[in-house]
Design a protein around this ligand. Structure first.
Ligand code: GLA
Length: 729
């Protein structure tokens, strides 16, 4: 049993293989948070719970004679609002009488086998019947708001999922103004926050900062999970390293506006509230209706590596759906950086021929294949093949590609429209624009209002037609601008604050319908590169184009940052041209291949311009990747260089699940003259197994992990090296 209730102590205890989570219903009916951390032999953590006279904090009315008792200093599972807990709140609402406060007390709980699901939203699923669900119900009788807190306990995965449902239990409308998914309290300890910030072409840069008193906010209001702030944060002990130290992860499974507030309060206690961004959010809750928040995946582990492994395993096995989740991903070539918009059938077929010769398995036709799409000024919305560029239509092209032995994939950006398109001319009100205001433009395009049913159906039918009519086995689903002027011409004015979330409910439904109708199609998510790289999208698209920056040296930090939360199999990574189109940097093909092999591997350059030597090196890369893919995608991934060392080199390692094989990779980003050689301690090997190291010598796993390995001097422009470590006996 992963979930237990102790009637005597009024404790609810959740246990996974190595962690324990405890809460307690106190005498007043408040649901207190007691503990989340490593499993302890000790079952009752209530001794940790003490109250003190906290001066200016205030006391609930029925505890007015007990100054020790204050909501402002208590650890809680989900907060009240407006009644004397002055820290960041989980929820805010206004009632029809204008009041804006509620105080939640325990009403009941139930435990069920299996994992709850959330209506309309992606969530971690349980196929093997290994999960249990706890639902705790809280109620405020004055505002008539009921909250159901959901906990999904995955024992083997060592994760706990959480979300909330806010229900209007009264007879008048309630306006929900904030509805977070979780509140997690860390009452003691000194914590660093690691978060993943960035920009277009430089996503998920890790930053580790000590918490200071006040509120740290990680937020996106861009209508997408964003290039700027990923909805994943880690709190770790000041001393924590890859190997050791308490580390807590919180990952929001949502692709829209999000907000994480981390408050270090006056009593040195830390509270984290994570969920949908409340800025411009307002949801009408009519009587007897509920609002479901997105899910947060929680884990805690000893060291950052173990934390990452838990997220990788959970996402690979219990988030990603469909036939591609653990199986081979086709090695692809994408024509974008080879042709940009200047494509035609001859160019595409010549590129495909070269690709087929070197062992590529899938050809992806990127932007520019449809009517009027000569640049980014026109065409989005009208998904009709351009017969000027493709005189034999898409079928003619696909036949030729298939005849070369390649599968065919297509780029689409279905959520967007250009003003210069038949779709916009017919339905200008389908675009999100605010009344009497010229809209913000980005890449000359507008966003279709997917919160509308007619827009949802139009996109579903358009994509279904393409997928039914043509032999397409892969879709690159792009999204190239943020949401601004958020306004639905189909929604009444009091409900405009619902539009962004309704947009995402509709997007998830669209993906759900399409992936069910076309299960053989591999979807790759994309948003100007990695602007919508989150666990929500990963439920439907097993891989996501990680960044529009294909420079391998930039990719080192982008992929390094991404690896903290997301598995290697989810990271779309391509070998591109040198000099690189984004940075102008020259790098060896070996380096580009080494870096792209930390991902769902492919190519994105004009192969017709390459020498025979380069093509044969690529052929070898592809053979190597195909052989190693099961380990790279579904094995264990270790970061061997730390954030501090990344100025000089990056080293990482893959280990097969049975530990019989490993691949050690290094890229030197800043060769130093006459420096100490790079030395790493390997990880994850079996200590008693003898391994061959690149066929050069044999060595016990324990030696490689304790004494380590010293690389030869690597000099020149961004040199890279891969070492095969194979079990001998
Ligand atoms: C985005 C994508 C690119 C490419 C272009 C096409 O920027 O991230 O990979 O598909 O759009 O317009």
């Amino acid at each position: 049993m992963s979930i237990r209730y102790n009637e005597n102590t009024k404790q609810l205890i959740l246990e996974t293989a190595s962690t324990c989570y405890q809460m307690k219903i106190d005498n007043m009916g408040y649901l207190n948070h007691l503990y989340y951390g490593p499993k302890l032999g000790q079952n009752d953590m209530s001794y940790m719970f003490r109250t003190y006279d906290h001066g200016f904090s205030g006391n609930p009315y029925d505890m007015r004679n007990n100054r020790d008792f204050s909501l402002d200093s208590m650890s809680q599972e989900y907060t009240s609002f407006g009644v004397g807990d002055f820290r960041v709140n989980s929820i805010a609402a206004s009632c029809s009488d204008g009041s804006r406060c509620a105080e939640f007390r325990y009403e009941g709980h139930e435990v069920t086998d299996g994992k709850y699901s959330i209506p309309g939203l992606p969530s971690v699923y349980d196929e093997g019947g290994q999960a249990q669900t706890l639902i705790v119900t809280l109620l405020d009788t004055a505002a008539n708001i009921r909250i159901k807190l959901y906990y999904g306990v995955f024992e083997e995965l060592d994760i706990i999922t959480r979300c909330a449902e806010i229900i209007n239990a009264g007879s008048e409308i309630v306006w929900l103004r904030k509805a977070s998914s979780v509140c997690l309290e860390l009452p003691f300890g000194k914590w660093d926050m690691i978060h993943f910030h960035g920009r277009h072409c430089m996503e998920r840069q890790p930053e580790r900062v000590p918490l200071f008193h006040g509120i740290h906010t990680i937020v996106s209001g861009r209508g997408m999970s964003s290039h700027q702030h990923n909805p994943f944060v880690i709190l770790c002990d000041r001393e924590a390293t890859e190997e050791n130290g308490p580390c807590y992860g919180m990952m929001l499974m949502y692709s829209g506006n999000h907000k994480t507030e981390i408050e270090l309060d006056q009593f040195d206690s830390t509270r984290v509230v994570m969920g949908i961004n409340d800025d411009r959010f307002r949801w009408e809750l009519s009587p007897n209706t509920g609002f479901n928040t997105p899910e947060v995946i929680l884990s805690c582990a000893n060291g950052l590596t173990e934390l990452s492994h838990r997220y990788h395993r959970a996402i690979r096995n219990n988030v990603v759906r469909g036939q591609y989740k653990l199986s081979h991903r086709p090695v692809l070539i994408n024509n974008w950086e080879a042709t940009y918009f200047d494509l035609n059938e001859d160019k595409i077929v010549s590129l495909a021929k070269k690709a087929a010769d070197i062992g590529v398995e899938l050809f992806v036709l990127d932007d520019g294949w449809f009517k009027n799409r000569v640049d980014d000024n026109a065409g989005l919305g009208d998904w009709i093949p351009d017969t000027n560029k493709l005189p034999n239509g898409l079928d003619g092209l696909i036949e030729k590609i298939n005849a070369l032995g390649l599968k065919f994939g297509l780029w689409v950006e279905p959520e967007m429209v250009n003003e210069d398109s038949d779709l916009y001319r017919a339905h200008p009100d389908w675009a999100m624009t605010a009344p009497n205001r010229a809209p913000m433009m980005a890449r000359n395009q507008l966003v279709l209002d997917l919160s509308r049913k007619d827009v949802h159906e139009y996109i579903f039918n358009t994509l279904s037609d393409l997928l039914s009519k043509y032999n397409i086995t892969y879709i690159k689903w792009d999204f190239n601008r943020p949401l601004a002027d958020v306004y639905s011409h189909a929604a009444p004015s009091p409900r405009q604050g619902e539009v962004t979330h309704r947009y995402y409910l509709s997007l998830y439904k669209l993906y759900d319908r399409l992936t069910k109708a076309f299960p053989h199609v591999l979807f790759e998510g994309c948003a100007g590169g990695g602007g919508r790289f989150d666990a929500g999208m990963l439920q439907y698209s097993p891989q996501i184009w990680c960044s529009d920056n294909t420079d391998p040296i930039s990719r080192l930090t982008i992929q390094y940052g991404t690896s903290f939360g997301y598995p290697v199999s989810s990271i779309g990574a391509h070998v591109s041209a040198t000099p690189n189109h984004q940075t102008g940097r020259l790098t060896p093909l070996n380096t580009r291949g080494t870096v792209a092999m930390m991902g769902a591997f492919g190519y994105e350059l004009d192969l017709t311009k390459l020498s025979e030597d380069e093509l044969s090196e690529m052929k070898q890369q592809i053979e190597r990747f195909k052989e190693l893919e099961p380990m790279i995608h579904n094995g264990l991934y270790y970061r061997l260089s730390s954030m501090q060392e990344s100025g000089h080199y990056f080293a990482w390692q893959f280990v097969s699940p049975d530990r019989s094989r490993s691949l050690l990779s290094i890229v030197v980003t800043n060769p130093l003259a006459n420096s100490a050689p790079v030395h790493v301690r390997l990880k994850g090997l079996d200590s008693q197994t003898v391994y061959s190291v690149n066929g050069e010598f044999e060595c016990l796993g324990s030696s490689l992990m304790n004494s380590g390995y010293t690389f030869p001097q690597l000099t020149g422009d961004y040199p890279a090296m891969q070492l095969d470590i194979v079990k001998v006996k």
